[in-house]
Design a protein around this ligand. Structure first.
Ligand SMILES: NC(=O)c1ccc[n+]([C@@H]2O[C@H](COP(=O)([O-])OP(=O)(O)OC[C@H]3O[C@@H](n4cnc5c(N)ncnc54)[C@H](OP(=O)(O)O)[C@@H]3O)[C@@H](O)[C@H]2O)c1
Length: 264
């Protein structure tokens, strides 16, 4: 299957590292012009250099903005007035005692993980529907369906994102615009190696260490290893393409079989 996104402009929120950086790289490799987003110029420049090291002719647009607030969304619109493929990847996560977590922290999770995506969808969806083509993708998590007791606030935000996805897919019905979420599972990003070595024998080589970690601490995973960010990016690139024109309103899993469900 050949995927050619040339002529399309994409915005990937939170793309200076991790899954977002892999998605931005994948979309650029497929020929899209990609808005690389993060909160500081330095980190955005560094991320763009890393993408260019892999995709020499990548067409990249820096989008330096904290898209978790209205001002940030406005700045994104200035940098990229037209977006054909919107990937709401930005998301924060962290453990918190559900009995003592503050109201402000609940609100912050809603603002960053849900409202930021809603705001950008409102900003870009009308243009997509007018042009008769568009892709909106929201990066959800296994925690959307398997609520973690130590991160109820995070699980809630990702469950809400699934509802937002379904709702906006209905809003875009019949327009040529598809709206989907991608349910990512435990992924090999950022500080995860340190986290794994805190829990398993630190003398083990990485491949073995992650298998022990998955077996003992994430036994629901059928993959039995962490997911690589590029594996999530592959789904996003496919969904961004013309090949995925009949897939909308869905929650597509790249979770390594973590969610124990027959339906996707
Ligand atoms: N990692 C996992 O195992 C996993 C599993 C399931 C789902 N997910 C989901 O996948 C997505 C990406 O996760 P990740 O682990 O790759 O994230 P990450 O490594 O923590 O990266 C977060 C990215 O977001 C940016 N960012 C943070 N706040 C921002 C803001 N207010 N405005 C703009 N950019 C902001 C950061 O850039 P700057 O610091 O440069 O601003 C960074 O590029 C999230 O939605 C997460 O919930 C992750």
């Amino acid at each position: 299957m050949l995927i050619d996104l040339s002529g399309r402009t994409a915005l990937v929120t939170g793309s200076t590292q991790g899954i977002g950086a892999a998605i931005a790289t994948g979309l650029a490799r497929a020929g899209a012009r990609v808005g690389v987003n993060g909160r500081s110029e330095e980190r955005v420049e560094r991320a763009m250099a890393a993408i260019r090291a892999e995709v020499a002719d990548a067409e990249l647009v820096p989008v330096v903005a904290d898209v978790a607030d209205e001002e940030g969304a406005r700045r994104a619109a200035e940098a990229l007035p037209r977006v054909d493929v919107l990937v709401n990847n930005l998301g924060i996560f962290g453990e918190a005692d559900p009995l003592t977590i503050s109201d402000d922290e609940w609100r912050r999770y809603f603002e960053v993980n849900v409202l930021a995506a809603v705001r950008l969808i409102r900003q870009y969806l009308p243009g997509m529907t007018e042009r008769g083509w568009g892709r909106v993708q929201n990066i959800a998590s296994d925690s959307a369906v398997v609520t973690p007791a130590e991160m109820i606030h995070y699980g809630m935000s990702k469950t809400a994102l699934l509802a937002v996805t379904r709702g906006f897919a209905k809003q875009a019905a019949g327009t040529g615009v598809t709206v989907n979420s991608v349910v990512a599972g435990p992924t090999h990003t950022g500080g995860i190696e340190d986290f794994v070595y805190e829990l398993v024998d630190s003398s083990l080589p990485w491949d073995e260490a992650q298998r022990v970690f998955m077996r003992e601490h994430r036994p629901q995973s059928l993959l039995q290893r962490l997911i690589e960010p590029e594996e999530i990016a592959a789904m996003v690139v496919y969904l961004a393409s013309d090949h995925a024109s009949a897939t909308t309103g869905g929650a597509l899993r790249v979770d390594g079989g973590y969610v124990d469900s027959i339906l996707p």
